[in-house]
Design a protein around this ligand. Sequence first.
Ligand SMILES: [Zn+2]
Length: 145
Amino acid sequence: MTATNHALTGAAVATVLRQPLLIVPVAFASHFVCDALPHFKMHHVVGDRIKWSLLYAEGALMVVLGLILLAIGVHQPVWLLIVAALIAMSPDVAWYYYGRRGIHNDIDKLDPLTRFHSWIQWSETRAGLVLELAWAGLMIGVILK
Ligand SMILES: [Zn+2]
């Protein structure tokens, strides 16, 4: 799933649970639930060179979305939503780590959690963009409820 949707899901988890000690593990686990859903994969649309530019653009989108949500008003402390969003995105740091070493496609060289992370992503298609947009709307609705 896109980083934006992982971040929105983490913020939604923090909005619903309201218990910091529960938010951390649930926000982390939400990453794998989201990645198990059919979703969009940027690599199917663009090459590696453009992919990094789009990732930076997605980072800017997350900042803009965060500012809009703050302007509208959220029900939890902002720092808690940000921490939950970062925790929810954190498993994808492994792809950066393995990608920089050029072994992200070599399943035997991945740690067990990242192997699991790869295995659950059974459907990454262009059509997954529809679910990504619907998911983003749902998570924004939860955050603003
Ligand atoms: Zn992931």
